[in-house]
Design a protein. Structure first.
Length: 89
């Protein structure tokens, strides 16, 4: 697994995920990548037998990721084949 990249606007510091062409706050088109460390699970569900969670990341954006975790649990975020997942704790 690899770090999950967040995208930080070089103009105003807004953090977005997934990547965008232009910053929604200032319209800048230059970005730098910063890895998500983790966050707190806000919602959890299953779709077609696949567990899915909404994680409020430490960098602020909410990330929808595959994985199983209880609401309120702190989790690590990583990428698997480019898709966000909840890493083993």
């Amino acid at each position: 697994m690899t770090p999950l990249p967040a995208f930080v606007c070089r103009g105003c510091g807004e953090v977005v995920f997934p990547a965008r062409v232009l910053c929604p706050r200032c319209g800048e088109s230059r970005w730098r990548e910063e890895a998500f460390a983790g966050g707190v699970v806000e919602q959890a569900t299953e779709h077609g037998g696949v567990p899915i969670v909404s994680v409020r990341s430490d960098l602020k954006p909410v990330v929808i990721a595959r994985g199983r975790a209880a609401i309120g649990t702190r989790v690590r975020l990583e990428a698997e084949g480019g898709a966000p997942i909840v890493a083993d704790r």
